[in-house]
Design a protein. Structure first.
Length: 256
């Protein structure tokens, strides 16, 4: 049964992530993506801090893993999210979603080359099936004619996919030293909140008001769901292999 735990946790994470996307869709009807993203990251970080007094030990902050988790928080989701937004701007949603489906490939490369994990025929077939299905979903219903875009713009969705896969990979590396899925999420999202807040403030944006009638309540709910989703993902990474977990989590588009 223990060997199936990472798979079940990855499926749970994918399901919750899909639910959070649907909730975010409701929130975007009321406010812009930048304000919503700040509220969502803040809500996720708050969830981890509310449980912090009972879970992490004080010495956790002095470990090399804490630095790894902090580094992950700098780039994910800040770099990956902005790269995706720019990609949609230059390429459109269909090419962005299609190239974003390469994330399991980057995860497989990281797992094999850095972590020494072993690819097996079932894992290869499963990864390719998920990638193929994600690409098919992205292409479905896209009747618009292809536009022209600069060649360099193709690197944007690939960068987003790489950052997501590398972030999960280094989270796995950090938990080899400090096996605490909660602490990994606590540090990463705390740093992410600082980065998002700094960018938000640099643009002289007004701090969004919190509440359902302002539309930000949807982002608080999405952030809360995302906190549980990320915890399940981190726990799956602790118990299982990167090359198994990430392709399953990448199947979340099938659930929306």
């Amino acid at each position: 049964m223990q060997q199936f735990a990472p798979i079940l946790l990855a499926l749970t994470s994918a399901t919750l992530f899909a639910v959070s996307i649907l909730v975010l869709h409701q929130g975007f009807r009321h406010t812009d993506s930048e304000s919503g993203s700040l509220v969502q990251i803040g809500a996720t970080a708050l969830c981890y801090w509310l449980t912090a007094p009972w879970l992490p030990e004080s010495w956790y902050w002095l470990t090399p893993a804490a630095l790894i988790f902090a580094a992950v928080g700098i780039f994910k989701p800040a770099v990956s999210a902005n790269a995706s937004l720019l990609s949609v701007h230059y390429l459109g949603p269909t090419p962005t979603s299609t190239l974003a489906a390469t994330s399991p490939l980057f995860a497989a490369a990281f797992g094999v080359l850095y972590l020494g994990e072993q690819l097996t025929p079932p894992i290869i077939l499963g990864t390719m099936a998920i990638m193929g299905g994600s690409i098919a979903l992205a292409q479905r219903g896209s009747g618009a004619s292809r536009g022209t875009w600069p060649l360099w713009a193709l690197s944007l969705p690939l960068l987003a996919a790489f950052v997501r896969a590398a972030g999960d990979g280094f989270t796995k590396v950090g938990m080899l030293d400090l096996p605490s899925p909660h602490f990994a999420g606590l540090v990463s999202f705390s740093v992410s909140l600082l980065v998002a807040g700094a960018v938000f403030g640099a643009r002289r944006r007004t701090i969004p008001k919190i509440g359902i009638r302002h539309g930000t309540g949807w982002f608080v709910l999405a952030g809360t769901i995302n906190a549980v989703s990320v915890y399940c993902l981190n726990l799956a990474l602790q118990l299982g292999e990167l090359i198994v977990v990430i392709p399953i989590v990448s199947a979340s588009p099938f659930l929306t």
